[in-house]
Design a protein around this ligand. Sequence first.
Ligand SMILES: Cc1cc2nc3c(=O)[nH]c(=O)nc-3n(C[C@H](O)[C@H](O)[C@H](O)COP(=O)(O)OP(=O)(O)OC[C@H]3O[C@@H](n4cnc5c(N)ncnc54)[C@H](O)[C@@H]3O)c2cc1C
Ligand code: FES
Length: 500
Amino acid sequence: MTSLWLATHPISTQGVPPVPDARYDTVVVGAGLTGVTTALLLTRAGQRVALVEARVPGVVTTGNTTGKLSLLQGLVMSRIRTHQGDDVLRAHAEANRAGQSWLIRHLNTNGLSYQVRNAYTYATTDEGRRSLDRELGATQASGIDARWADDAGLPFPVTGAITLANQIQLHPTEVLASLLREYESLGGVLHTWARFHSVETGSGCEISTSRGQLRADRVVLATGTPVLDRGAYFARLQALRSYVVACRVTEPVPDGMYLSVDSPTRSLRTAITRDGEFFLIGGNGHPTGREAHPKQAIADLEHWTSSYFPTASFTHAWSGQDYRPIDGVPYVGHVPMTKDRVLTATGYDKWGLTNAVAAALRIAGSLTGSDVAWAEPLETLPPRAMSLVDAVRFGVGVAGQMTGGWAGATTHGLPDEDPAEGVGVVGRVGARPVARSTVDDRTCTVSAVCTHLGGVVVWNDAERSWDCPLHGSRFSPTGRVLEGPAVDDLPEWGGHEVDD
Ligand SMILES: Cc1cc2nc3c(=O)[nH]c(=O)nc-3n(C[C@H](O)[C@H](O)[C@H](O)COP(=O)(O)OP(=O)(O)OC[C@H]3O[C@@H](n4cnc5c(N)ncnc54)[C@H](O)[C@@H]3O)c2cc1C
Ligand code: FES
């Protein structure tokens, strides 16, 4: 499943091999939008920076987004208002405005194409309409000039819609490639296929990666979800997967950028690429590893699209993962118990294009002695009562998945026969859950126990991956880490290393 963005603008830069024991001012881990922007800002400020990427830039969430650079963000503002109050709400809006403005400047300076569109959040039920009411109040209280929309221009009935004029739709991998070009042209170092494993903090940072050791004064973990368990961020984040399909249509399509508030969600935009114009439809999100047949999510999006746009001819389908923070706002700052040497940014709740840049501005500001004024109310966020309720709910869900996963996996033995093509099964061998799948005629057997904290993985039939329902780590059929908080592969069953 390759996104329209990665298909039409793959990022080919391979970086350079690491030099043993090289020393930097800052090592940034993760080459998505957060990491690349942070690394660029630090390099612009004169720092020696290494950007360390486990795979290649953009292939995880940034290359699989919908690509709306918008300050109208679903129900985010009312959620933040409930959890954190109006001071934090206004600071969050300011942060997003700063992130959006910075990226628009980059688009303009570098002649990148983008389209200006009205953004809409709409409802199709009475309950959704009440949510929109609250969202409009919160958005306006945050200082963002959203309004009721009389006509959202959609080809189906809605119970209400709010709108914000002059937002942006962009091509995320084209933008990421441009940021990387500037970073490398300023002398920034990129190491691809280098997975961060650990960091020792003392008078500096000793960083261990799959391609050797690096040294730095500071480390920034821009890994989607933090890959260090200090701070237990995984317990305050919910990993959510969602789906996008692209198609060509001959009938007119709505001109704006849309997001529904009722379930299942629908996210709409057009996209103009070097291969022509497409219509994108996203939605059907769910907590990672907790949907029995993710493939159906894509079939359902196609079915829904065809019912309103009968000429739709589908060209691409993909899926991505982002993290919802239980406190409503992203976590940006120092990781506890690292002597203030390790920073991180996470929890963008599917609005990372503005939030990732805002986080990068905050982190780079704090590392170069030029703190940004709007960040202050966001610095210390004590969890409130509502967050604790959510924390318990999240915790119960995770505990249920943990016990249910082990119970389900150990009640039956692993079948002897190879699974059919595209199928994965989990079963007991001795007392251990073991995962076996067949993909592209190759059958692989790996441990089914997630290397993060011991959840039992489940098969994802859309992406042919093993997904952990606890905190969202995902693994290839051979056990290779794809994303999430895990840093170690699933061992091949029998205790051997994975071999791809
Ligand atoms: C379906 C979907 C649609 C979305 N639509 C929108 C939208 O329209 N507008 C919007 O604003 N936001 C949207 N988002 C959210 C946005 O795309 C993300 O929040 C943002 O891209 C996150 O960027 P990131 O750099 O933090 O993470 P990523 O892009 O995931 O980058 C993290 C990088 O870290 C690397 N990494 C991980 N672990 C290690 C390790 N141990 N060592 C080295 N490297 C490591 C990964 O390989 C990856 O390249 C959407 C998200 C999804 C899932
Ligand atoms: S992701 Fe935490 S246990 Fe699997």
